[in-house]
Write a new protein. Structure first.
Length: 321
């Protein structure tokens, strides 16, 4: 199909993409697709603590601000990701030895420095990322260990205090395939809402494969999260062809199944109330740039554009009028 069109123009909610600052550069197919096809942006890495907070009290804004400038120049909605997570932390933070008060001060400073710096530029934040374990209990992260279970609520309160204009999200994976984890997150969200904690949205990462989760599980997830009334963001969408990591070719058959999987997801999402559709964000531009190859060290083809930045069947099915 013809990729000269614009994917996001087809939808009443933003269609975003994770941008990798190692790839973004003028006059590249990467940037051309980012500007033409997507109207939302999530930083793939450069807002993470190991990048932005490399030493105690010292912040490196350079790449993050380049992305902010890109979003302003091309009028893209910028979703901040993440404020608090247990991965991609700088060594000094992981090894920080302080009293509970000192940990709390560090936690608060990190959140509020980012929120203030990007105030008016970042429309929304993943305030906490992946805080629940598969069995529905709170994950034992440095934050949980040093601040106790109340750190989640504190993160939202601190973020709101520093930027009352930003929409605040909780972001999580596997809420489709794992109903135990989903119900734990939903119970926690309800208690936050009852306590008046400023929380506005739920990010559903939706890293999928052509066989997992099943469509019925996706539908069930959307049905269960909708009554929260929160903004719902499909925040990190991709569809792996090769979850088992065997050598494969992206055959027409596999690419068609990938397209069908995505078409189902998008159709189900479109049935949600418009007021709760925060948007759908893809976790990368082309198969050449996907985190799955780097992170899991396997061959895969999970995105809308192929290794030559050409549109794949998944793109065509979503761009169809
Ligand atoms: C990934 C990035 O895409 C990789 O480049 C990086 O090496 C590791 O993190 N869930 C998240 C994202 O919330 O931040 C992760 O991004 C993918 C899984």
């Amino acid at each position: 199909c013809d990729a000269a069109q614009s994917l996001y123009a087809r939808y009443p909610f933003p269609i975003g993409v994770a941008i990798n600052m190692d790839e973004l550069a003028p006059d590249t197919p990467y940037q051309d697709i980012a500007t033409r096809q997507f109207n939302g942006v999530t930083p793939e890495n450069v807002f993470k603590a190991s990048y932005i907070h490399p030493a105690p009290g010292s912040y490196d804004w350079e790449q993050a601000d380049q992305l902010v400038a890109f979003c302003r120049a091309y009028n893209k909605r910028l979703h901040g990701h993440p404020l608090i997570w247990h991965q991609q932390l700088p060594r000094w933070m992981e090894n920080f030895s302080g009293t509970e008060q000192e940990w709390e001060a560090l936690f608060r400073e990190h959140i509020q420095t980012l929120c203030r710096h990007f105030r008016g530029r970042v429309r929304s934040w993943d305030v906490v990322n992946e805080a629940f374990a598969a069995d529905g209990t709170l994950r034992h992260t440095i934050w949980q260990q040093h601040l106790g279970s109340g750190y989640l609520e504190k993160a939202f309160r601190y973020a709101h205090e520093a930027d009352p204009t930003a929409l605040l999200f909780y972001n999580e994976y596997d809420l489709d395939a794992n109903p135990v984890k989903r119900r734990a997150v939903l119970a926690w969200l309800r208690s936050m809402q009852q306590r008046g904690v400023p929380i506005h949205g739920l990010g559903l990462q939706t890293h999928m494969s052509i066989v997992h989760p099943e469509n019925t599980q996706i539908a069930e997830m959307l049905r269960e999260v909708q009554p929260t009334g929160l903004q719902l963001h499909l925040s990190e969408v991709d569809v792996a062809l090769n979850p088992l990591g065997k050598p494969i070719e992206p055959t027409p058959e596999l690419l068609r199944r990938q397209a069908d999987k995505l078409a189902f997801l998008v159709r189900a999402y479109q049935e949600l109330p418009r007021a709760q559709q925060y948007g759908i964000t893809f976790w990368g531009i082309s198969d050449r740039n996907t985190w799955i190859r780097r992170y899991f060290h396997r061959d895969d083809y999970p995105l809308l554009f192929d290794d030559d930045y050409q549109p794949k069947p998944a793109y065509c099915i979503l761009a169809r009028p």
